[in-house]
Design a protein around this ligand. Structure first.
Ligand code: PHE
Length: 340
């Protein structure tokens, strides 16, 4: 019987040492040390032994039981330590690895130019005035001296939301909003923002783009003030060598109306592909605020005068970076956008 006991002990220890998972320990404990376990079953056979043998085998069995318990506890502890060490090793941080690069965001090329323009006019004392992109027919056209069915409406291809509501075709409706808000005080604001036109998209025209509108209202404001501000703007954006010229034009909301050109930044007036051999680049439309528009804004044109201008934003950005296709601005091509 002592042999049997030894075999049992050896088998139990072999199994115990082979375990790799803590979970297996419970099974083992049940198999050998529980009430229904093999050792208990063995002890039950003691009754069949003679009075001399019984205490000897009994004591041996108890010793085996005791040592199995000790081995069990030790194995349990060592297995847990192994697991812990393994987990720590798996989690180890290699501080010599190069860090993961974070992609840095940046401002869109249009936003960069827009902010540059805002900054230049801010330095000249213009406040920034925000106006909505969804406008009424009244503000986008009528109050700007463009009645319904007036042929001048053909100058703006329009996205109609319904009979009365449009996506603004220019930033000019903001002029009326600014006048109504600031009346009866003098005004010096710019109105930067997106405008929309129902146009075919080509390398030179998009159906959405930015404009920066300018508006002043005051006493004795003259065309020369407008030209002075435009010249200063060109100098601040492109350097003091730039020259400005004006041409007569037509807008229903300015009188007189002009187009402002600047000598070509590339060839300085010698003629090149950028200026299409005209030596001049368009900067924007402008003029003296029309008396009807002043009145619509609440100002008496006998006492007040002012000038207004509308500048493109993408065009100067294209000039600055030598971009020849306006569609790139909204094409969502990261390779293009990330260059700026
Ligand atoms: N709103 C005009 C346009 O988009 C530009 C402009 C603004 C002209 C202000 C004169 C005065 O074409």
């Amino acid at each position: 019987m002592l042999d049997q006991l030894n075999t049992l002990k050896e088998k139990a220890l072999r199994e115990l040492n082979a375990f790799t998972e803590v979970m297996q320990l419970a099974e083992w404990h049940k198999q050998y040390l529980s009430k229904k376990g093999e050792l208990t079953q063995f002890l039950k056979q003691l009754g069949q032994l003679s009075a001399e043998e019984r205490p000897i085998v009994g004591q041996a069995a108890n010793e085996v039981k005791q040592s199995l318990k000790e081995f069990f506890d030790a194995r349990q502890q060592s297995l847990q330590e192994e697991k812990l060490n393994q987990a720590l090793a798996d989690d180890e941080i290699d501080v010599s690895l190069p860090g993961r690069l974070y992609q840095r965001g940046r401002l869109h090329i249009s936003t960069q130019m827009l902010r540059k323009i805002n900054e230049i006019f801010s330095q000249m004392g213009f406040q920034i005035y925000d106006a909505p992109e969804v406008e009424s027919d009244e503000y986008n056209f009528q109050l700007l001296n463009i009645p319904a069915y007036h042929p001048a409406r053909d100058m703006w291809d329009t996205f109609w939301i319904n009979d009365q509501v449009v996506l603004r075709t220019h930033t000019s409706p903001g002029q009326i909003r600014a006048m109504k808000e600031y009346h009866p005080n003098p005004i010096r604001v710019i109105l930067p923002g997106k405008v929309y036109r129902y146009e075919q998209i080509t390398p030179r025209s998009e159906h959405q783009f930015y404009q920066v509108e300018g508006l002043t209202v005051g006493h004795n404001i003259k065309m020369t003030d407008l030209i002075g501000v435009m010249t200063e703007f060109a100098h601040k954006l492109y350097g003091p060598a730039r020259k400005i010229r004006i041409r007569g034009s037509y807008f229903p909301f300015t009188e007189p109306s002009i187009e402002i050109d600047m000598d070509c930044i590339l060839c300085s007036g010698k003629g090149c592909r950028v200026c299409k051999y005209t030596n001049w680049l368009e900067v924007g439309g402008a003029g003296m605020v029309h008396p009807v528009v002043l009145r619509n804004g609440g100002y008496d044109p006998k006492e007040w005068s002012g000038f207004a201008f509308g500048l493109g934003v993408e065009r100067p950005a294209m000039l600055k970076h030598g971009i020849n296709d306006i569609r790139s601005f909204y094409g969502n091509d990261l390779d293009f956008i990330q260059q700026f």
